[in-house]
Write a protein that binds this ligand. Structure first.
Ligand code: IFM
Length: 440
């Protein structure tokens, strides 16, 4: 790696991230069905119809995976807890085996000197809740608060940090407007409701965790840079609106207690009645903000219904997800977020990384492309730190190859290669490079 631990302040934290459904093996341990199980079982939604039933079998192999974290000299492990594993019906009865699993996992991190950074929800919506409308139903904020109480009642005394929901844009827009993620809807009213209820759920969960006396609570949003397709005012307006519903909607809800006017031009008529009264809950102070960043999009206007634009292919080198590699976007979001919204609050890059066409050859994976990607993005983090922006840590997505949602097991994001037949883990060149860079 071009930069090492020594190039950053002594208290800067390094980590890697995963999520429960993507690695655990959800068919085990008494977990309930999630909406991803039924979404994947429906032809055309997920490549090969892949699901998370076995995934990386982290449910059994977690000691080996935590050893990999420790041996790479990471400080923090960002993991998530599955709602459906702990409360298979989403409400009511608790699966003791599920709670025990996360209890052991957190103790396993502490025994290895890793700080546990928990995310409560990374998309394992229990199907009984999906049947009741999922994120379209306002009641979900209270159901999620109850899950928070159960989950954090058990591990909240030992986690280093906690955030309620990973990437609200994915829960709201990607899943209800674009239909790419479960439940696969393409409906503006469903979107407006889900976008708001996910924010309300965040706020209610935060209230519960504060009530439990927990500290170091944050929010984790994903950000995508929007570049206009040409110099016309129409293209500029289109890119600004894309930025609005992708990035500003959530920042503004959390830190300004309102939603952006340009986004409300489209979503406003479809919002839940009286949504404005919820901002006191949504805007409860957080201790930090996590930014997940991967790419940018080129946006061109069209004459279709609101938002009246579409993506066009960009000229930059791409990852195997076909995502352009645009490190400047990461710096730009750190600066914009700090200057315009968080104003001094600690920031973390809670996800950054790339899918690469990795191949295991003679027991090794030479993923130089990933090393280059990480180098370029970590340099942008350093630029922000050097300018006094309070970025306090950086997490690679992901520790290991895993279930990449509608792309199934086809896309490899890990520092560690996983053979999805034998489940053998093999650290890639990027893992060895990070380990060397993070030596203490
Ligand atoms: O795999 C996902 C993760 O679940 C959320 N953030 C983006 C990653 C890569 O697509």
């Amino acid at each position: 790696m071009k930069l090492t631990r020594k190039d950053f302040p002594a208290d800067f934290l390094w980590g890697a991230a995963t999520s429960s459904y993507q690695i655990e093996g959800h068919a085990q341990g008494g977990a309930g069905l999630t909406e991803w199980d039924t979404f994947a079982a429906t032809p055309g939604n997920v490549r090969n119809g892949d699901d998370g039933a076995r995934a990386c079998d982290h449910y059994n192999r977690w000691p080996e995976d935590l050893d990999l974290m420790r041996d790479a000299n990471f400080d923090v492990y960002r993991f998530s807890t599955s709602w459906a594993r702990v409360m298979p019906e989403g409400r009511g009865p608790v699966n003791a085996e599920g709670l025990d699993f996360y209890d052991r996992l957190v103790d396993g991190m502490l025994e290895r000197g890793l700080k546990p950074a928990a995310t409560l929800y990374h998309w394992e919506l229990p199907v009984p809740l999906a049947d009741m409308g999922g994120w379209r139903n306002r009641e979900i904020a209270n159901w999620f608060a109850d899950f928070t109480e159960v989950m954090m009642g058990r591990i909240g005394d030992r986690v280093w940090s906690a955030a309620p929901i990973n990437e609200p844009w994915c829960v709201g827009w990607l899943s209800h407007f674009l239909g790419v993620h479960a439940p696969g809807l393409r409906d503006i009213r469903a979107t407006a409701h889900a976008m708001h209820h996910v924010m309300l759920g965040h706020g209610r969960s935060l209230e519960v965790m504060r009530g439990l006396g927990m500290k170091n609570l944050g929010a984790v949003c994903n950000f995508e840079y929007a570049t206009p397709a040409d110099a016309s005012p129409e293209a500029q307006k289109a890119a600004t609106l894309y930025d609005g519903y992708y990035n500003r909607f959530f920042l503004s809800g959390l830190f300004n207690r309102s939603y952006p006017a340009d986004v409300m031009e489209g979503l406003g008529p479809h919002m839940p009645k009286g949504y404005e009264k919820d901002f006191d809950i949504i805007g409860k102070p957080v201790d930090w903000l996590g930014l997940n960043y991967y790419t940018r999009k080129i946006i061109a206007p069209d004459n279709g219904p609101w938002p009246g634009h579409h993506e066009v292919e960009g000229p930059l080198p791409k990852t195997s997800m076909d995502w352009e590699i645009f490190p400047d976007g990461l710096y730009s979001f750190l600066k914009r977020t700090h200057d315009g919204y968080t104003r001094g609050l600690p920031l973390y890059v809670t996800e950054n990384g790339m899918a690469n066409p990795d191949r295991l050859v003679n027991g090794a994976v030479n993923d130089q492309g990933r090393i280059d990607y990480l180098n370029a993005h970590i340099a942008k983090v350093k630029q922000a730190v050097d300018e006094g922006i309070p970025v306090k840590g950086y997490f690679t997505w992901s520790l290991m190859d895993n279930y990449e949602w509608s792309r199934g097991y086809d896309q490899r994001f890990g520092l560690v290669h996983v053979d999805f037949d034998s489940l053998q883990r093999t650290p890639k060149a990027s893992y060895h490079a990070m380990k060397a860079a993070l030596a203490r």
